[in-house]
Design a protein around this ligand. Sequence first.
Ligand code: PGA
Length: 250
Amino acid sequence: MRKKIVVGNWKMNKTVAEAGELASAILEQLGDGIVGCEVGIAPAFPALTEVGKVIERSDIRLVAQNCHYEDDGAYTGEVSVRMLESLRCACVIIGHSERRQYFGETDHTVNLKVRKALAEGMQVIMCVGETLEEREGGVTDRIVTGQVREGLKEVSDLGGVVLAYEPVWAIGTGKTATPEQAEEVHASIRATIIDMYGELTAGHLRIQYGGSVKPSNAAELFAMPNIDGGLIGGASLKADDFVAIVRAAG
Ligand code: PGA
């Protein structure tokens, strides 16, 4: 049985003070009621320290939204995995479609980042997903399979990896994939992982769904056999909504 994992991706929202308040509100509402599911929150870099303090004594994990693949050096504006570790960040999101779309992230850089984070012992959430054009062109499977294979190239141990399937057309648009549409792609991703790593590893791998998950649709998405939780954008910015989604998973 795979433990579900729900992570709030706050993207470029919230000042340090606002992020601290949101984390406190989430913590207060969750109480100790998250036994059935793993929960993480991913504030922007400047708020990691503050949010880390707020959730320090809880089971909520501190997650970063990106990292660089080098240890240090002349990479203005970038943040290394070791820096994130020094803030007690336990996990990092890599290859989000917004990073691919606006910041030139490629399967190759995603792969370098995934390997670096895993080598440092950090959990990774690697995102994959097709655009609307690709879906309408009937190439969803080829695109997503390619992203999975390239992103995981030379990764021998999937122990620290979570995958997130996020159809680009469903992110921030209010258009959610139907549970059946999402399940179809999740099952195909798991089949790819079986092919790459075998049944046992694939059976343990968690695949989150992301793209307009809300309290009203979370339960039906999480009920699908290959959907192991969610990566939540917009709805994670409201404590009530995020907690309702966590409860739908737990
Ligand atoms: P959304 O974003 O929930 O606002 O659609 C999901 C994500 O980008 O992770």
